[in-house]
Design a protein. Structure first.
Length: 432
C-alpha cells in the first residue's frame, strides 16, 4: 500500500520505517528540510536501537522515501498518517493541536480521490470529529475517512513494540477503511496481534486511558517504595509478590524516580483536562499527577539525608540523565528538577550518559559532563544511579572511586544490596 507519514519524530519515523519493512511504499514527510536532508544521507535524528539499519535497508530498496513536499506526498498516497507533536500547551493541561490542524488544512488541499486520514499522534477524544468537520467544509465526505489508530510504542523498544504489539486499535465505523487497515496490519495479525475495531472516540480514549493506567501503576509502586523505606522492607519483594498475581502483572511495577518522557506527563494531564471539560472527574489520575510531581522533592530529601544535610561543595555524579534507559530523550526527565535544586544548595554536579552530553545542562556553571563512567565517578562524594542502563550494572566502584567515603544512591535498584554490603560500599536505594 502507499502510505504517507506526516511528522518524522519518534512515532512517524519508526512507524513509517516499519511499515516500509512490511513491504509498503512509504513517504515520510517533514517540514524540517535539514532533518529530511539528513535522513536522505542516513543521519538519524533520534536514538532508537535498530532504527538506523532499518532506514538504510528500506531507503536503499526504494520502499522508503523522505520529502518536505506534503501536497505531492499526500496525492501519491492512499493512507495518510498524522504523526506530528501534540505537546501540552504552556500554562495549561490541554494538548496543543496547532500542528495537527495545520497539517489537516494542508492535506485537504490534496484530496482528489478517496483517502484514509489517520491520527497516529495521541490526540484528545473528539479530535477526529473536529478533523472531519474541517475537511468536509472543502471535500465531499465520500472522498475521505478520518480514523484513529493510536500507537503504543515505548522509546528504546519502539521497533519491537511496532512489530509485536499486544493489539492494533482501529477507531472507525467506515467499513471500507476498516477493511483496508485490516489488510495493512495483516502481517502483524498473522503473527498473533489482536486487531480491534472500535468507534473513533473509543480508540482515542483507549490510548489516553492506557498511558494513564501505566502511569498510575508506576506511581502506585513508587508510593509503596516510600512506605518500604520507613518499615525496612525491600520494594522489590513487593513488586515480585504483587506481580505474580496475573490480574496485576509484573511489568511496569518497578519503583524509580518520577516518571517522565514525552507521553505519561502530557497524556495524564490531557485526559484530566478532557474529562473536566465533559464534567467528569478522573480523581485517581489527578492524584497520580500530584504524587508524581511531588516525587522529585521526596528523592531530593533522601539525598540531603544521605549527605547529612551537608550538600555545599559535595561532588555528585549522575549516572544517566535521560528520562529512562535506552533513549536520548530528556523530556520531563526527573533529573531536570533535581539537579537545579542541588546546585542551589552548592553541590558540584557532573554526569555521564551513554547517549552523550545534553544541551539542557550546557548553561549550568557547576554542571560538567564526563565522557566515560570512570572519570565521572572517580572524584565523587555521591554517585546517583538515575537510569537503568546496562552500562552501569558492573562497575567496580571500590577500584575506581578515590574518596573512600563515597556513597551510592540507586534510584533504579539495579544493584544487589547484599553484594554492596559485601564490598563495604555505603549503598542507599529507593524502596529499602
Ligand atoms: C510510554 C508508553 O509505555 C507507550 O506505550 C506509549 O506509546 C508512549 O509512552 P515511553 O514514554 O517511551 O512509553 O516510556 P515507558 O517505557 O513507558 O516509561 C515511561 C516512564 O515510566 C519512564 O520515566 C520510566 O522510567 C518509568 N517507568 C517505567 C518506571 O518508573 N517503572 C517501570 O516499571 C516502567
Amino acid at each position: 500500500m502507499k502510505l504517507c507519514m506526516i511528522g518524522t519524530g519518534y512515532v512517524g519515523l519508526v512507524s513509517g520505517v516499519c511499515f516500509s519493512d512490511l513491504g509498503n511504499d512509504v513517504i515520510c514527510v517533514d517540514k524540517d528540510l535539514n532533518k529530511i536532508d539528513n535522513l536522505k544521507k542516513g543521519i538519524i535524528p533520534i536514538y532508537e536501537p535498530g532504527l538506523e539499519e532499518l532506514i538504510l535497508k528500506n531507503f536503499k530498496n526504494n520502499r522508503l522515501k523522505f520529502s518536505t513536499d506534503l501536497k505531492e506526498s499526500v496525492s501519491k498516497s492512499d493512507i495518510i498518517f498524522i504523526c506530528v507533536g501534540t505537546p501540552t500547551k504552556k500554562n495549561s493541561s490541554d494538548a496543543d493541536l496547532t500542528q495537527v490542524y495545520n497539517v489537516v488544512k494542508e492535506i485537504t488541499k490534496s484530496i482528489s480521490k478517496f483517502k484514509i486520514i489517520i491520527t497516529k499522534s495521541t490526540v484528545p477524544i473528539t479530535t477526529g470529529d473536529q478533523i472531519e468537520k474541517i475537511i468536509s467544509k472543502k471535500i465531499p465526505k465520500k472522498l475521505f475517512s478520518v480514523v484513529s489508530n493510536p500507537e503504543f510504542l515505548r522509546e528504546g523498544e519502539a521497533i519491537r513494540d511496532f512489530n509485536y504489539p499486544d493489539r492494533v486499535v482501529i477507531g472507525t465505523d467506515n467499513k471500507r477503511s476498516n477493511k483496508t487497515l485490516k489488510n495493512l496490519y495483516a502481517p502483524l495479525i498473522s503473527k498473533g496481534t489482536k486487531y480491534i475495531n472500535t468507534s473513533r472516540r473509543a480508540a482515542e480514549l483507549i490510548k489516553y486511558a492506557s498511558n494513564a493506567f501505566l502511569a498510575t501503576k508506576i506511581t502506585f509502586i513508587n508510593e509503596l517504595s516510600n512506605l518500604c523505606e520507613k518499615i525496612d522492607v525491600n520494594i522489590e519483594d513487593i513488586s515480585i509478590g504483587m506481580g505474580l498475581d496475573k490480574r496485576i502483572g509484573s511489568r511496569f511495577l518497578r519503583a524509580g524516580p518520577a516518571y517522565g518522557g514525552s507521553c505519561f506527563p502530557k497524556d495524564t494531564k490531557a485526559i484530566v483536562s478532557t474529562s473536566d471539560r465533559f464534567k467528569s472527574n478522573l480523581s485517581v489520575i489527578k492524584s497520580v499527577i500530584k504524587s508524581n510531581d511531588n516525587r522529585s522533592s521526596l528523592l531530593l530529601k533522601r539525598i540531603f539525608d544521605i549527605l547529612n544535610n551537608k550538600v555545599k561543595n559535595k561532588k555528585i555524579c549522575f549516572l544517566g540523565v535521560t528520562f529512562k534507559a535506552n533513549t536520548d530523550d530528556m523530556r520531563d526527565s526527573s533529573c531536570l528538577s533535581m539537579i537545579p535544586t542541588l546546585l542551589k544548595k552548592g553541590a558540584k554536579i557532573n554526569y555521564f550518559d551513554p547517549t552523550g552530553e545534553k544541551n539542557e545542562f550546557k548553561n549550568f556553571k557547576n554542571v560538567s559532563y564526563s565522557n566515560d563512567i570512570k572519570s565521572g565517578i572517580s572524584n565523587s562524594d555521591l554517585i546517583i544511579i538515575h537510569t537503568e542502563w546496562n552500562d552501569f550494572k558492573s562497575i567496580n566502584f571500590n577500584k575506581t572511586v578515590k574518596n573512600k567515603n563515597y556513597k551510592i544512591f540507586d534510584m533504579r535498584k539495579i544493584y544487589s544490596p547484599k553484594k554492596m554490603k559485601e564490598q563495604k560500599i555505603k549503598y542507599f536505594a529507593i524502596g529499602s
